[in-house]
Design a protein around this ligand. Structure first.
Ligand code: AMP
Length: 212
């Protein structure tokens, strides 16, 4: 099974991906998390990607396509959940090509629909565990102990790209470069829309119905 999660930054993809991947035994491939791990490791790829990420711009397609291609092969699970990829039509096309070479294709693409006002509200209060990547929100989903991860007790961090100027740029980049990807999957009859403004539990049950 190959599932793609689409939606603006702050739409709730990461939160839902962790639950769905565990339930369905899917390998969760989150390109943002993979990139942040490269940055933390100080790798050449991480150094090259960091400036794009801090500004809220997309990392170039060839880097991203190279990063995902090798990971599509023989996952030790019942399939793959792609979270944060593809973000451009060129990435979507490259994904289709790589999958069709292996005689397979995307099963479903889930679009998390959330209004811009709500996205800004969510991104402004967001913090993340640098260890397990669990996401929190000051108001909607606070940790039990202030600024500490419930799972690993690690101090939570605020992402550089969750600062107001980068947030505005990420939403603009999403609008111009990623919304055309919705049409790519809509035209292929694979797009399922989920109302991402509902509670976490309600979104989860809509997802379960969409994925089957
Ligand atoms: P995310 O955690 O998914 O919001 O991703 C954080 C940042 O990583 C994005 O703002 C981009 O700079 C970069 N990134 C993640 N996935 C991609 C992708 N598929 N294409 C280009 N850049 C990406």
């Amino acid at each position: 099974m190959l599932i793609v999660f689409l939606g603006a930054p702050g739409a709730g993809k990461g939160t839902q991906a962790k639950t769905l991947a565990a339930e369905k035994n899917l390998t969760h491939l989150a390109t943002g998390d993979l990139l942040r791990a490269e940055v933390a490791a100080g790798s050449e790829l991480g150094l090259a990607a960091k400036a794009f990420m801090d500004r809220g711009d997309l990392v170039p397609d060839d880097v991203m396509i190279g990063m995902i291609q090798g990971r599509l092969e023989s996952p030790r699970s019942d399939g793959i959940l792609l979270d944060g990829f593809p973000r451009t039509v060129a990435q979507a096309q490259a994904l289709d090509d790589a999958l069709s070479a292996a005689d397979t294709s995307v099963d479903r693409s889930i679009y998390f629909e959330v209004s811009e006002d709500e996205l800004v509200r969510r991104l402004a209060g967001r913090s993340t565990c640098p260890d397990c990547q669990r996401a929190y929100h000051d108001t909607f989903n606070p940790p039990q102990n202030a600024d500490k991860c419930d799972d690993c007790d690690e101090g939570l961090i605020r992402r550089e790209d969750d600062k107001p100027e980068a947030v505005r740029n990420r939403l603009k980049v999403y609008e111009t470069q990623t919304t055309p990807v919705l049409d790519h999957y809509r035209n292929a009859g694979k797009l399922v829309q989920v109302d991402g403004e509902q509670s976490i539990d309600a979104v989860q049950s809509d997802l379960a119905a969409a994925v089957g």
